[in-house]
Design a protein around this ligand. Sequence first.
Ligand SMILES: NC(=O)c1ccc[n+]([C@@H]2O[C@H](COP(=O)([O-])OP(=O)(O)OC[C@H]3O[C@@H](n4cnc5c(N)ncnc54)[C@H](OP(=O)(O)O)[C@@H]3O)[C@@H](O)[C@H]2O)c1
Length: 347
Amino acid sequence: MSASIISDWSIAEDAVDPRLVPQRRLYTGALMPAIGLGTFGSDHVSGAEVAEAVKGAAAVGYRHFDCAAVYGNEHLIGAALEEIMAGGIRREELWVTSKLWNDKHAEEDVIPAFMQSLRDLRLDYLDLYLIHWPFPNHHAPGVDVTSRDHNAKPYIHENYMKTWRQLELLVERGLVRHIGTSNMTIPKLELLLRDARIKPAVNEMELHPHFQQPKLFDFVRAHGIEPIGYSPIGSPARPERDRTPEDTVDIEDPVIVEIARRHNVHPAVVCIKWAVQRGQTPIPFSTKRRNYLANLQAVVSDPLTDDEMRAIAAIDKGCRLIKGQVFLWKENQDWRDLWDEDGVIVQ
Ligand SMILES: NC(=O)c1ccc[n+]([C@@H]2O[C@H](COP(=O)([O-])OP(=O)(O)OC[C@H]3O[C@@H](n4cnc5c(N)ncnc54)[C@H](OP(=O)(O)O)[C@@H]3O)[C@@H](O)[C@H]2O)c1
């Protein structure tokens, strides 16, 4: 970071003290804030707005930011982080994650892709780097649900391990503190845990009251891997390609609505309280100050009761929202093939 950056960024008067925010201790001993700000604009929020939200969120007490190369805004978020640090926040106080996009899985592409994220984010190390999806199949931003990569492949463990070895190299070179997975399944994680020299510190997975993934959640925790929960509010503004008629809406669930009424908060806030109390690390997205502040306040005040936690545990509908159709590798294939629902890796 250049010392000459002039920053008008400062901590807000109504900020939540980051020392009060719950932390997750990873198997390395490092602490990760148990809530982060998501930065995917869902193809309709501009990078500039997201970067502004990063600054605003840091001002109200967020220290954890979930980024990814494919979100197309890391260069803008980098400028925001630079201002935040010029405004007095030390690098060690921040937790910054990025992710390797699916078109960069080839051995020779991984480190250059990582270095691009690092440069864009204007940092000299990352706290966490994830393989975004376990498939090398990719799509351009903004595509619809029928879009397919013509070179798409199923999961090939040997190839995934080649990618993983490059992530391990990044740790060995001190460029990233932790590495992890995203959108994985139990059978794929079993193979990775068997073969990794450096095991994943986290698994980022879809988690919200209507999609609790109890088996995968228990599996990762039993292996000392922290679950980071994406789309924790049920992603009400997700792209069109991720919507189907059977999808349910967490924030309209009568159980969530009733608990929200009792606590005098928006139903979204109940989803965040539940997530942190259950033991996952939600990364809600918002560009509205009122909302991202409410989400952070949610985890330091007025916890849900045991009865409320039990009531939410009972509304799981197994409703996956981010189905991943665009990553399928065969004609007329069911999206469930991406998720190994029978406990076997689908080829
Ligand atoms: N690893 C992966 O493959 C993967 C996949 C999907 C997402 N992610 C990550 O997870 C993050 C979050 O997921 P998401 O963006 O899909 O969905 P989400 O966080 O479940 O939902 C975000 C939406 O909720 C609204 N919202 C947030 N807080 C609110 C509040 N307190 N009251 C009312 N509305 C509120 C936001 O609107 P406003 O902006 O109007 O507040 C926004 O439209 C992403 O940004 C990304 O970083 C990762």
